[in-house]
Design a protein around this ligand. Structure first.
Ligand SMILES: Cc1cc2nc3c(=O)[nH]c(=O)nc-3n(C[C@H](O)[C@H](O)[C@H](O)COP(=O)(O)OP(=O)(O)OC[C@H]3O[C@@H](n4cnc5c(N)ncnc54)[C@H](O)[C@@H]3O)c2cc1C
Length: 298
């Protein structure tokens, strides 16, 4: 007797043709062919193992460092925000799931009288995105406070790894091929939680004063070149306020490109290319984009 192939038991949510505009801070981009929102890490392992081996995968946190192109993503988006969402404190160690927001990590660490994570407060991403990007601000960086991570492979297998197994540099992390972050353990120093909370408030005020935080962007568009600032170079080229379609070089901070309302991903990509070309022509410096561009042009 023939038996039907076994279907994996999935407990998460699968959405087909999901518009991605609402999942990134630039508010642009087309649809994902499908998006999976896992119930938990075990469910994610079953889902990954059920995919064809060549399926294109995009891991999405808060989409605060992603340019999703207008033609969308022709594969599966894995969405962890609000799904892998637990955080627990034990002594001076904090276990954080990849879908927890950086702001919550900073807040909860301060509440537990632990110091060293305040810089995460103004980074509008998830812990998974911070690990993938080695996110940092105001002198702090993600990986120096990480003592171990848990990753998952395309086959659904789970690995415990130490920081020494990753090549970590400025806004860049090379990790074992086809592995993504599920959680991490942060090692922090005991200290004065109220001083840490005051530090968080002061960092957020500095951001609001210098960055167009209320407008759609991906934060810093370009990495700072060694010994200089991308914003200084862009401003020196007279590019503040320069527009292509609905994309604009922020008049408040030259390294932010903002969506003024109706920008397409192509407008943003064209403006990024124009700014890079002008800085190279006028200042002789080749700027590199900090964000990741994914998907197909329309
Ligand atoms: C207003 C604003 C201010 C910002 N300020 C800063 C700043 O001060 N410092 C700074 O460093 N950045 C800053 N950023 C950029 C951004 O917030 C960070 O890079 C952040 O770490 C990205 O996290 P995310 O969850 O949004 O990742 P996403 O944008 O969703 O993804 C970024 C990359 O990480 C990958 N990724 C996401 N989750 C995982 C996972 N679980 N496992 C493996 N890969 C994964 C994605 O595939 C993608 O390649 C800013 C952005 C904005 C909009």
């Amino acid at each position: 007797m023939m038996t039907a192939p076994k279907q994996p038991m999935l407990r998460g949510e699968l959405r087909l043709n999901e518009p991605l505009k609402r999942y990134n801070t630039w508010r642009v981009g087309g649809c994902a062919r499908q998006m999976y929102l896992p119930a938990d890490a075990d469910d994610l392992a079953v889902f990954l193992d059920s995919l064809p081996p060549q399926e294109p995968l995009l891991w999405l946190g808060l989409g605060s460092n992603l340019l999703i192109r207008d033609g969308g993503f022709p594969g599966t988006v894995i969405m962890l925000l609000g799904r892998l969402n637990s955080l627990s404190v034990e002594g001076d160690e904090v276990r954080v799931d990849a879908g927890v927001s950086c702001a919550k990590v900073a807040r909860e660490c301060a509440r537990a009288n632990l110091t060293g994570a305040a810089f995460l407060a103004g980074i509008p991403g998830t812990m998974g995105g911070a690990l993938a990007m080695n996110a940092g601000a105001f002198g702090g960086e993600t990986w120096p406070i990480v003592s171990s991570v848990t990753t998952i492979g395309r086959d659904g297998r789970i690995h415990q790894r130490l920081p020494a197994e990753f090549k970590v540099s400025y806004r860049e992390v090379v990790r074992p091929a086809e592995e993504w972050f599920l959680s991490c353990i942060l090692s922090l120093k005991p200290g004065d939680g109220s001083a840490e909370q005051a530090a968080i408030r002061s960092l957020l005020e500095r951001r609001a004063a210098t960055q167009p935080t209320g407008q759609p962007s991906c934060g810093s568009t370009f990495r700072n070149p060694q010994g200089d600032h991308a914003a200084r170079l862009i401003e020196a080229c007279g590019l503040k306020g320069h527009r292509i379609g609905g994309a604009e070089v922020s008049p408040k901070h030259a390294n932010f490109i903002i969506n003024t309302g109706d920008a397409s991903a192509a407008d943003i990509e064209n403006l990024v290319a124009h700014v890079a070309a002008e800085v190279e022509r006028q200042q002789g410096v080749r700027l590199e984009a900090e964000f990741h561009a994914v998907g197909e042009p329309s």
